[in-house]
Design a protein. Structure first.
Length: 121
């Protein structure tokens, strides 16, 4: 199966367990892998025969910016489900959601959650 990678979707959002995360917000980064058959688009050279990933990027940015969940687990699942609903061309999606600056004392690393979901018929 073919796969489109979309890396480095960076946006500001308000998901987090701590109250200040939902008020002050923080940066999130999202990487995607989108599985679909691109053979028709490869022959026709028409965007209508593939996935217009501009729409996917806009969807992800909107979800991160407007969601106020307590847990990133809820946000990553919402992103994956919404992407799969966006196009019946997709067979599977992988979402990696990262908090580059998680508000944890004495921790300078990043927290990431990876979720892979398959299209249900």
């Amino acid at each position: 199966m073919d796969c489109i990678h979309i890396m480095g979707i960076r946006c500001y959002g308000y998901t987090g367990y701590l109250p200040e995360e939902q008020v002050l917000g923080q940066w999130f980064e999202v990487d995607l892998k989108l599985w679909l058959d691109i053979s028709t688009a490869a022959k026709t050279d028409e965007i209508t025969d593939t996935l217009d990933y501009r729409n996917i990027i806009s969807l992800v940015k909107d979800l991160v910016k407007t969601s106020k969940f307590a847990l990133v687990e809820k946000l990553v699942t919402t992103i994956a489900d919404s992407i799969l609903q966006q196009s019946d061309r997709l067979t599977q999606v992988q979402v990696i959601l990262s908090k580059p600056s998680a508000p944890i004392p004495d921790f300078g690393g990043r927290i990431s959650i990876e979720l892979t979901k398959t299209q249900s018929n």
